[in-house]
Ligand binder design. Structure first.
Ligand code: ADP
Ligand code: MG
Length: 484
């Protein structure tokens, strides 16, 4: 389904390309041994290199290169065995070197692809143009003192991967799906934690609009949007603004803009005329980065199973729907939990309980699955009690809730609360007899064609047994007794 916007002169289409900045998970920075830990006291994680002292020589961090290659492989991209580092020159108080070391003409990773799923169940392939390594800048603090600004260089020199997409995205929803998928892949790979709140993943959003079938028009770039919701909002708002510009006879200028979520608008930051000329040139302190195919192959052999593959495998191996398996692979820890429960059990039943009552209970506790008070063994134990007939599905909901509260084992709860399923036909028959005798009028209505009333009798027998009767046996007995 094509997403379009209606203007006064007709229907418009949105064109979006995203530049994702993903902070590399590594203990030390891209060219120095300083720590990358988040939240340290300002300027406690700064080496002489990060502080831009003259005469310092950067040394490439092997692990950051490995992480970039893993990410490239995860994006099914071409790995460039030879890449280069360039200086991107500009002056800013959070950049003591006076330049950022980046990769301009020869990035480490070439073109790849990300598959996104949309709410109507369709999928689309979004092209990745390139991925390159670069240094992050420091951070200016303007809110510490009324008269002065401070600089914190802890982040200066931390490795970033800039992942540039092709202008293949056609709606705010697709942009959101792309970012979610990107974050999921990065997390599975362990190359970036994808935490947008802490700024370890941020996006620049390029937006243009066009009439269907036209070539691309001029784009604007919205800088540093820090949540997926803001990205989708910014695209919608910026697209409407551009449509109005075009329709009122003007033309969109290529410029950098900022998104202001509070006001629901984008504002110009700088136009193309005053865009920086970065005077890129190859960094004379660094040799070309050459990696061997054998190393790339080794990294590839050790990649974890990625979300798309895992999702497909769950469907075939456990017989669950595409939807359920999509939910279960959202996070690696969730998928692992599911597999340890589903192994040797009914995969569909496990999926239904996990995505239903289990996730609901987990949500209520506000805990991540890694800290779930009910582990895989206990959830599995509860499912076994259903399967072997110890409890019925309705009682199981109560058992699960109690497990979340007390942390007891499922069988312990069943014994303590006396929840064993009643399969004793004698007891069920007695209850059925009593209810039929007390409701002769309803029996006649039922026999006269009011089929729905059967549920009433089942409900009454269940009630008489405190919900513990085996529902299949209840059905059988009632049918026999009523129909005679
Ligand atoms: P720059 O070097 O100026 O950032 P790039 O060619 O690298 O320019 O493009 C940056 C981003 O802009 C890419 O993600 C690309 O997909 C996107 N882009 C390019 N042209 C358009 C367009 N007409 N509309 C929307 N996005 C675009
Ligand atoms: Mg750019």
């Amino acid at each position: 389904m094509t997403y379009t916007l209606e203007g006064a002169t007709g229907t418009w289409e949105i064109v979006v390309g995203l530049e994702v900045h993903a902070q590399v998970i590594s203990q030390s920075k891209l060219f120095s041994g300083a720590s990358t830990l988040f939240g340290g006291e300002p300027n406690t994680q700064v080496s002489l290199i990060d502080a831009g002292f003259p005469g310092m020589l950067p040394v490439i961090n092997h692990e950051c290169v490995a992480q970039a290659i893993r990410t490239g492989l995860g994006l099914k991209a071409h790995i460039n065995l030879e890449s280069r580092f360039d200086r991107k020159n500009y002056f800013y108080a959070d950049l003591p070197q006076g330049y950022q070391i980046s990769q301009f003409t020869h990035p480490i990773v070439g073109s790849g692809v990300v598959e996104i799923e949309l709410s109507d169940g369709s999928t689309r392939q979004i092209g990745v143009t390139r991925l390159h390594l670069e240094q992050d800048a420091g951070k200016l603090l303007h809110d510490q003192d009324p008269k002065r600004s401070f600089v914190d260089l802890n982040r200066a020199g931390v490795a970033l991967m800039e992942i540039v997409s092709e202008p293949d995205i056609r709606s705010p929803e697709e942009a959101g799906a792309y970012l979610r998928k990107m974050r999921q892949i990065l997390r599975y790979l362990g190359t970036c934690d994808g935490n947008m709140d802490e700024g370890s993943m941020r996006a620049d959003v390029n937006v243009s609009v066009r009439k269907a079938g036209e070539p691309f028009r001029t784009r604007c770039e919205i800088k540093n949007v820090n949540s997926i919701r803001f990205v989708t909002q910014a695209i919608e708002i910026e697209a409407m603004r551009q449509i109005e510009v075009w329709e009122s006879g003007g033309s969109v200028d290529q410029e950098t803009r900022l998104f202001d979520p509070a006001r629901g608008e984008t504002r110009s930051l700088r136009s193309k005329e005053d865009a920086h000329d970065y005077r890129y040139f190859p960094d004379p302190d660094l040799l070309p980065l050459v990696v061997e195919q054998a190393w790339v192959d080794e990294l590839k052999a050790h990649l974890p199973e990625l979300p798309d593959d895992k999702r497909a495998r769950f469907q075939t191996e456990y017989g669950i729907t595409a939807y359920d398996s999509g939910v279960l692979v959202a996070e690696q820890a969730m998928a692992d939990f599911y597999e340890s429960v589903a192994k040797g059990r009914d995969g569909k039943m496990t999926a239904a309980w996990m995505t239903g009552d289990f996730f609901a209970a987990l949500n209520r506790t506000g805990k991540a699955i890694e800290e779930s008070p009910v582990g895989a063994d206990k959830l599995g134990g509860m499912l076994d009690l259903i399967t072997d007939g110890t409890i019925n599905g309705k009682i199981a909901k109560e058992v699960l809730e109690t497990m979340f509260e007390t942390g007891e084992a499922p069988l312990e709860i069943v014994e303590r609360k006396g929840l064993r399923q009643v399969t004793d036909t004698g007891a069920i028959e007695a209850a059925a007899d009593e209810i039929i005798a007390a409701n002769q009028d309803k029996v006649e209505q039922y026999l006269g064609g009011k089929d729905k009333l059967f549920g009433f009798f089942v409900g009454q027998v269940m009630k008489a047994t405190q919900g513990k009767a085996n529902p299949a046996i209840v059905n059988d007995i009632l049918k026999k007794k009523i129909h005679g």
